[in-house]
Design a binder for this molecule. Structure first.
Ligand code: IMP
Ligand code: MG
Length: 195
C-alpha cells in the first residue's frame, strides 16, 4: 500500500492539534445554542467523529449522503440526495461538517437546500480546502487546512473506496490514480478531484 501513496500532506499530529482547536472554537461560539453537526457521508465521518468528541457543549449529530454528477475530475453542481437528514433543522443551529471543499459546487447546493428548511443559522466547517479549485464562492466559518491543488486521501478521504482509514492525509502517486480511477482521471499528475 505504501508504494501507492505519495507525500504526506497533513500529519496525524497536525490533524489532532487542529481538530482540538476547531472543537474548542466551536464549543465557545455555540455555547448555549441548539447545535446540530451535519456530516456529509462518507468522507467526513472520521473528521466528524474526532471533532464531535472535542466539542464540550451538547450537540446532535445527523448525516446526509449526496452524489454529484459530472466527469471524473469535475463535479457539475447537479447533486442528488442519497440520504436525507433524520430530523428537522428548523430553528436549530446547523454546522455542516465536510472533509474537503474542491470546486464548492456540492456544498453550495447543500447550503441552498438546507437554508430552505429555515435553520436558526447555517455554517460550514471543513477539514481541508483547495482554494485554487474553487468555482463558486463559499463562506466557511471553520477551515482546518488549505492545501494545494492535488488529489489527497486518508482520514476519511478515498479514491475508489481505498485509503480512507489512513490516520494522516497524503497525496497519491500518479500511477495509483490512473490505475484506481480506471483511466478516467484526466487531471495531469493526479490534479483535480475525482468524485
Ligand atoms: P466539490 O463539489 O467539487 O467541492 O467536491 C467536493 C467533494 O469531492 C468532496 O466532498 C469529496 O468527496 C470529493 N473530493 C474533492 N477533492 C478530493 C480529494 O482530493 N480527495 C478525495 N475526495 C475529494
Ligand atoms: Mg465529501
Amino acid at each position: 500500500m505504501s508504494e501507492a501513496i505519495g507525500d504526506v500532506i497533513v500529519t496525524r499530529e497536525d490533524l489532532r492539534r487542529k481538530v482540538a482547536e476547531m472543537g474548542a472554537a466551536i464549543s465557545a461560539d455555540y455555547a448555549g445554542r441548539d447545535l446540530v453537526l451535519v456530516g456529509v457521508l462518507k468522507g467526513a465521518v472520521f473528521f466528524l467523529a474526532d471533532l464531535a468528541r472535542s466539542i464540550t457543549i451538547p450537540c446532535a449529530i445527523d448525516f446526509m449522503a449526496v452524489t454529484s454528477y459530472g466527469s471524473a475530475t469535475d463535479s457539475s453542481g447537479v447533486v442528488r440526495i442519497l440520504k436525507d437528514l433524520d430530523h428537522p433543522i428548523e430553528d436549530r443551529h446547523v454546522l455542516i461538517v465536510e472533509d474537503i471543499i474542491d470546486s464548492g459546487l456540492t456544498l453550495s447546493y447543500l447550503m441552498k437546500n438546507l437554508r430552505s428548511r429555515r435553520p436558526a443559522s447555517l455554517e460550514i466547517c471543513t477539514l481541508l480546502t483547495k482554494p485554487e479549485r474553487r468555482r463558486i464562492p463559499l463562506e466557511c466559518k471553520y477551515v482546518g487546512f488549505e492545501i494545494p491543488n492535488l488529489f489527497v486521501v486518508g482520514y476519511g478521504l478515498d479514491l475508489a473506496e481505498r485509503f480512507r482509514t489512513l490516520d494522516y492525509v497524503a497525496g497519491l502517486r500518479a500511477e495509483t490514480i490512473s490505475e484506481l480511477s480506471g483511466g478516467k482521471a484526466s487531471g495531469v499528475g493526479g490534479q483535480g478531484a475525482l468524485p
